[in-house]
Ligand binder design. Structure first.
Ligand SMILES: Nc1ncnc2c1ncn2[C@@H]1O[C@H](COP(=O)(O)OP(=O)(O)OP(=O)(O)O)[C@@H](O)[C@H]1O
Ligand code: SF4
Ligand SMILES: [Mg+2]
Length: 335
């Protein structure tokens, strides 16, 4: 599928499942403050996939962890904003209630399945326990469902494999088990944080396709954090581009590829290999992202931006503003 081939994707959005509004997260490290998330806002509708892209350290995982309340405090502190699930402010809930809402409605899949699975229990036991605890299934029904879930994520010979331990699975198969565990909860929202980065390219593509199919079939909302713009083109509906803890552009997947508005998005797109530019050098983005305890004044991208002018250094950081066609970008000159 190409970036322009979206006819089969989800129809027009309905009421948001998840709304993140002006989220701010800091880390207090020694005497300094690392501003990891600086006013991130977005919405996720049922049945839609929101891709979050941006260089390493741009605040993608911290945003996801803040939603799930997985950040350790200290050093992390959510200093502002709201996270609404079906209208309920998750940040205002006591810890136990928050855990109950996430346990029932929001699941997360990480890059490192081995770390997330318990090595001393069989995969079947872990799936069965999750189903018993969260979906309140009796043991026999949970065992049956565990096998069905492994089938759903295309683990071969699931009746046998439920009896095996995580180390007996290959990396790709373990990642499928992680996805099965997340799906066991039948979440309305699935957050996938680089779920396939550790795997080889063919397995990555298979798992991403599978996740996309399950997501569409179940009308889950999915937040997909990835470095892989090929995957974005294939599965996303909407794309958020992050830089230095901010969303600097948001647009439909077609618009992001066809008419990116922000110079950073344009540079990101130039840095990926393209079949029609075979043999040409990639334009890696020059310079490095800022340290988040020393974000430059003005537009945070100005030291690396080809289009920077005086106003980019002297005026406060540009906020997201609407461009033609419903796109938004945080740049004085984006059009
Ligand atoms: N435990 C921590 N202590 C201090 N700072 C942290 C901690 N975790 C994250 N940070 C800061 O938050 C920033 C954003 O981290 P985050 O993990 O969200 O990046 P990311 O966009 O997910 O990057 P990657 O693509 O490499 O996964 C980091 O650059 C770092 O400065
Ligand atoms: S505001 Fe200026 S520095 Fe920032 S992205 Fe736009 S042109 Fe570049
Ligand atoms: Mg990350």
């Amino acid at each position: 599928m190409t970036a322009t081939d979206t006819e089969s994707r989800t129809p027009a959005p309905t009421a948001p499942l998840l709304e993140v509004d002006d989220l701010q997260v800091e880390f207090r490290v020694g005497q300094g403050v690392v501003s990891a998330v600086n006013g991130v806002s977005f919405t996720l509708e049922p049945g839609r996939t929101l891709a979050v892209v941006g260089e390493s350290g741009s605040g993608k995982s911290v945003t996801a962890q803040a939603i799930m309340r997985l950040l350790q405090t200290p050093p992390a502190r959510i200093t502002g904003g709201r996270i609404l699930f079906q209208g309920k402010d998750l940040l205002a809930l006591p810890e136990t209630e928050h855990r109950a809402v996430c346990g029932e409605h929001i699941a997360i899949v990480f890059q490192d399945a081995l770390a997330a699975l318990n090595p001393v229990y069989t995969v079947g036991f872990q799936l069965t326990e999750a189903l018993r605890a969260r979906r309140h299934l009796p043991r026999s029904a949970a065992k049956k469902r565990a096998i069905e879930l492994l089938e759903l994520v295309q683990v071969p010979n699931p009746k046998q494999r439920v009896k095996e331990y995580p180390h007996q699975f290959s990396g790709g198969m373990r990642q499928r088990v992680m996805i099965a565990l997340a799906l066991a909860l039948e979440p309305e929202v699935l957050i996938a944080d680089e779920p396939t980065t550790a795997l080889d390219v063919t397995v990555q593509a298979q798992i991403m396709r599978l996740l996309g199919e399950i997501q569409r079939e179940r009308q889950m909302g999915m937040i997909l954090i990835t470095h892989d713009l090929g995957v974005v083109a294939e599965v996303a509906d909407q794309v958020n581009v992050m830089y230095a803890g901010r969303v600097v552009e948001t647009a439909t997947v077609d618009d992001i590829f066809a008419r990116p508005g922000h110079p950073y998005t344009q540079a990101l797109l130039r840095s990926i290999p393209r079949l029609d530019r075979k043999g040409q050098q990639l334009d890696a983005i020059s310079g490095r992202p800022p340290e988040l305890n020393r974000i430059p004044a003005g537009c945070p991208f100005h030291p690396r931006c080809e289009r920077a002018e005086d106003i980019c250094r002297t005026d406060p950081a540009p906020q997201l503003r609407e461009l033609a066609g419903g796109r938004t970008a945080a740049c004085h000159f984006a059009e």
